[in-house]
Design a protein. Structure first.
Length: 331
C-alpha cells in the first residue's frame, strides 16, 4: 500500500472492504500489516485486483474514496473503458478542509468537462446526481482563478406560488427557504468567515429568479437551480441575461416539475436549443447518483412506474382512435 495508509484507505471499521466484497461476492478481502490480501477464483481475483489498484490510485491523487468510487471503478473495469478510472475520477475541482470535491462517475466527469468547454450547460438528472453541487464547485473554482468577477445563484420560488404572501416576515424571510440550499452548498465549499463578506460585497449573490429581469450579467458564473420549475418565459428571460465573460449552468430534474398547469421551461428549452453551438445538454441518470444506493433504486422504480403509466394511457387511446377511424370509413 505504497503512498497510502491502509487504515485510512479502508475507512471506518474497514467499510471499503465491505464495499469491495459487495461488488465482488466471490472474492474475500483481508487486511493486515499494510497488506491487503485477495482470495477467490483466479479470474475474479484479477478483476478485483484491478479495481483495488484503480481505487488506490484515486486515493493517492485526491484523498479519501467512497463506496461510489468502488461501484463506478468496478463498472469501468468490467466494461473495459479506454481511460483508467483514476484518470477519469481523481482530478479534483476543489480541495476544502482536506477533502476533495470531484466527479465520482463518468457522467459527472462528462458534465464537468462540458462546463469547461461551453458557455451554457444544462445539467438534467434526478436527485443525487451532483448536478447543482458540481456546478457550484466549478463556480467557486472560476472565482478563485479570477476567471469571473462574481458568482450568481438563483432559483424560482414558484413552489409556493401566491402562498408566499401568507408567510410571516419580510420578503427576504419569505424567500429564504427556497434559497437556503444554495447558501448551504456555497458554505460547504468556502471558508465560513469569508462567505458573509463575499455576500455583503456582492461577489456572491443569491437571489430569486425574478430578480434577474432587466439585468445583463457580465463576468459572472451564473447558476439557475430547480429549472424544471421555470415557465418557458422565465427560462427565455434568464438565458438572455448572459453577458460578456460569463458562464451559465442550468440544473433541474424534469421528473419533478412543480409548476401547475404550465409547461416546464426546462422541458421546452430542451427542444428549442439542443444542437445550438456552445450550448450543451448533459444528461445524468441513476448510475450517476452518489447519495445512498437506495436513491438510485427509488429513481429506477419511479421511472419504470411512469413508463407503465404512459403505456397504459397509450393503450387506452388506441381503441378510441380505431373507433373514430372505423366511423369515418362508414361515412
Amino acid at each position: 500500500m505504497r503512498g497510502v495508509d491502509l487504515a485510512s484507505f479502508l475507512g471506518h471499521r474497514d467499510q471499503l472492504i465491505r464495499d469491495l466484497e459487495a461488488q465482488h461476492p466471490t472474492v474475500t478481502f483481508h487486511a493486515r500489516d499494510e497488506v491487503l490480501t485477495l482470495r477467490g477464483p483466479a479470474s475474479e481475483v484479477r478483476a478485483a485486483e484491478a479495481v483495488v489498484l484503480e481505487v488506490l490510485e484515486i486515493a493517492r491523487r485526491s484523498g479519501p474514496v467512497s463506496r461510489n468510487d468502488v461501484r463506478e471503478v468496478t463498472r469501468m473495469v468490467q466494461e473495459g473503458s479506454g481511460a483508467t478510472a483514476a484518470q477519469v475520477l481523481s482530478e479534483p475541482i476543489l480541495s476544502v478542509r482536506g477533502n476533495s470535491i470531484r466527479p465520482q462517475t463518468r457522467g459527472q466527469r462528462a458534465y464537468v468537462d462540458a462546463i469547461d468547454a461551453n458557455t451554457i450547460v444544462f445539467g438534467i438528472g434526478p436527485a443525487g446526481t451532483g448536478k447543482t453541487y458540481l456546478a457550484m464547485a466549478k463556480a467557486v473554482q472560476a472565482l478563485q482563478r479570477r476567471e469571473v468577477a462574481k458568482i450568481i445563484l438563483t432559483r424560482p420560488a414558484v413552489e409556493a406560488g401566491e402562498r408566499l404572501g401568507y408567510l410571516p416576515g419580510s420578503l427576504e424571510d419569505k424567500i429564504d427557504p427556497y434559497l437556503r440550499p444554495l447558501f448551504d452548498a456555497i458554505g460547504s465549499m468556502m471558508d465560513a468567515e469569508l462567505v458573509p463578506k463575499l455576500l455583503a460585497s456582492g461577489t456572491i449573490e443569491v437571489a430569486p429568479l425574478a430578480y434577474m429581469r432587466g439585468r445583463t450579467l457580465n463576468e459572472a458564473f451564473v447558476i439557475l437551480d430547480e429549472a424544471q420549475n421555470t415557465t418557458p418565459e422565465q427560462m427565455k428571460m434568464f438565458l438572455t441575461r448572459l453577458g460578456y465573460g460569463s458562464k451559465m449552468v442550468v440544473t433541474g430534474d424534469i421528473t419533478q416539475v412543480d409548476v401547475p398547469a404550465k409547461a416546464s421551461g426546462l422541458r421546452v428549452v430542451n427542444k428549442i436549443l439542443r444542437g445550438v453551438e456552445d450550448i450543451h445538454f448533459a444528461e445524468l441518470g441513476a448510475d450517476d447518483i452518489v447519495r445512498h444506493s437506495l436513491v438510485g433504486r427509488i429513481v429506477d422504480a419511479y421511472t419504470a412506474f411512469d413508463e407503465r403509466q404512459f403505456a397504459a394511457r397509450q393503450a387506452a387511446v388506441r381503441p378510441a382512435e380505431e373507433n373514430d377511424t372505423a366511423e369515418e370509413a362508414q361515412r
